[in-house]
Design a protein around this ligand. Structure first.
Ligand SMILES: *Cc1c(COP(=O)(O)O)cnc(C)c1O
Length: 417
């Protein structure tokens, strides 16, 4: 379906709701009950819990589930050494420790990134070096690495963010040539799928998404989160994939203190295990819904289509929050903050992106190369749509577009009120 047809169809279908007064100005919310529930294998989890509660195995430090999850991960990621942790934030800190990063070392990361990654570098006594992101995108720019490099750089953290994935192969080559440890922050996207199929998907539409082939992560160390908002959730928790015995030994020394210092419980492991099995199916579904929303978004922002990926390889990952690039000029000058407030009042789980790290931390706390303009722009322009908005029926996805249409058509009123 081409863009204009999609938007005008949705416009027509939801005409009466779109023309209503926005909820933030006193009208009825479009989604009074909020977003749909997340995709989750509820029955499988309930069965596993019921089985586990018949005995006391769930109440021990390390029973079968902890070992079982590690085994699942070892199978899914051949050649890796899985470690379970208490959160994704801790997983990144432990990744740095496993890589041997400490005082006197520098760590490269994007100037637009999850705040805890910056703090984790400080936590291990190392110094963050901020690198700009790809223009009109929000992942680290491999072309910015040379200017930021120094003999003290020992690791690079790169994150899957808002459905975009960094140029892993370039990052890996750069790191390998310098013996810098590449840490892949996969907390938002525990899976990534093959490019070939994806390029096909963009050409042929939905049908090509059937060729959905999982790819192995590229980072020498990979971090996952099972935190309460993530595609795989145990409320809390995380995991790491290490590559070498040396990394494992370093981590053991730090985390094994007679007892495990950053544990994942049996119950957490138990609820996480079935979710990995359903991940690809859920990712495929969310990916399809995201395509509809992105298509509509491109038109909503005034037909000015920007290819957000400089390396021109749009890869598909687990969608945690779908990133949308917001430019107020296409919305009659409506500020991003006001748009977000209005969207939330409608029940849509839309939020502002992160703040650029160099704009929220003292310049004494980091080093950087260049002026980080694209990271600043990302800090101003990124919107993130939570995955629950992609997890309802196809009809619900059209409602997401209708809510955005409603807000756009009332932009003047929203702004002046
Ligand atoms: C959520 C997240 C983390 C941390 O995960 P928690 O389990 O919430 O601590 C790290 N990096 C990124 C990019 C994230 O989105």
């Amino acid at each position: 379906m081409n863009q204009s047809k999609l938007l005008s169809e949705i416009r027509q279908q939801f005409e009466s709701q779109i023309t209503q007064v926005p909820a933030i100005l006193g009208g009825n919310p479009f989604w009074p009950r909020g977003a749909p529930a997340r995709l989750m294998p509820r029955n499988e989890i309930a069965d596993e819990m019921a089985r586990s509660l018949q005995g006391d195995q769930w109440a021990v430090y390390e029973g079968g589930e902890h070992a079982g999850l590690r085994e699942d991960l070892a199978q899914r990621f051949p050649g890796r050494r899985p470690i379970l942790t208490s959160s994704g934030t801790v997983a990144i800190e432990l990744a740095l420790r496993a890589a041997g990063v400490g005082p006197g070392d520098e760590v490269l990361l994007a100037a637009y990134d999850f705040e805890a990654n910056f703090k984790n570098v400080l936590a291990v006594g190392a110094f963050p070096v901020l690198v700009d992101v790809v223009p009109e995108c929000w992942t680290i720019d491999p072309l910015g690495l040379d200017a930021a490099d120094s003999p003290r750089v020992t690791a690079l953290i790169a994150s899957h963010l808002h459905g975009q994935t960094p140029d892993w192969l370039r990052l890996r080559d750069w790191c390998q040539a310098r013996e810098v440890v590449l840490i892949e922050d996969a907390c938002q996207s525990p899976a990534r799928y093959a490019l070939r199929e994806l390029l096909g998907a963009e050409i042929n539409g939905e049908s090509a998404l059937e060729n959905f082939v999982g790819e192995q992560p590229v980072g020498e160390i990979v971090a996952f989160s099972f935190g309460g908002s993530k595609p795989i959730s145990a409320g809390r928790g995380g995991a790491l994939l290490l590559s070498t015995e040396r990394q494992e030994a370093r981590l053991r020394l730090y985390t094994q203190r007679g007892n495990e210092a950053y544990p994942l419980s049996e119950l957490q492991a138990l609820v996480v295990r079935p979710q990995w099995k359903f991940l690809a199916a859920h990712d495929r579904y969310r990916g399809q819904q995201a395509m509809t929303i992105e298509m509509a978004w491109d038109e909503l922002r005034g037909q000015r289509h920007v290819t957000s990926d400089r390396h021109n390889e749009r890869s598909l990952v687990s969608l945690y929050k779908l990133g949308l690039w917001y430019e107020p000029e296409f919305w009659g000058g409506l500020s991003r903050g006001r748009l977000v407030a209005a969207a939330q009042a409608e029940g849509l789980p839309l939020a502002e992106g992160y703040s650029a790290l160099h704009e929220t931390h003292s310049s004494k706390r980091y080093r950087c190369a260049g002026d980080l303009v694209h990271a600043s722009a990302a800090g101003r322009n990124v919107l993130q749509l939570h995955h629950t908005a992609l997890s309802g029926s196809e009809q619900t996805t059209r409602e997401v577009v209708a809510i955005l249409l409603k807000l756009k058509e009332h932009a003047d009123q929203l702004q002046s009120d």
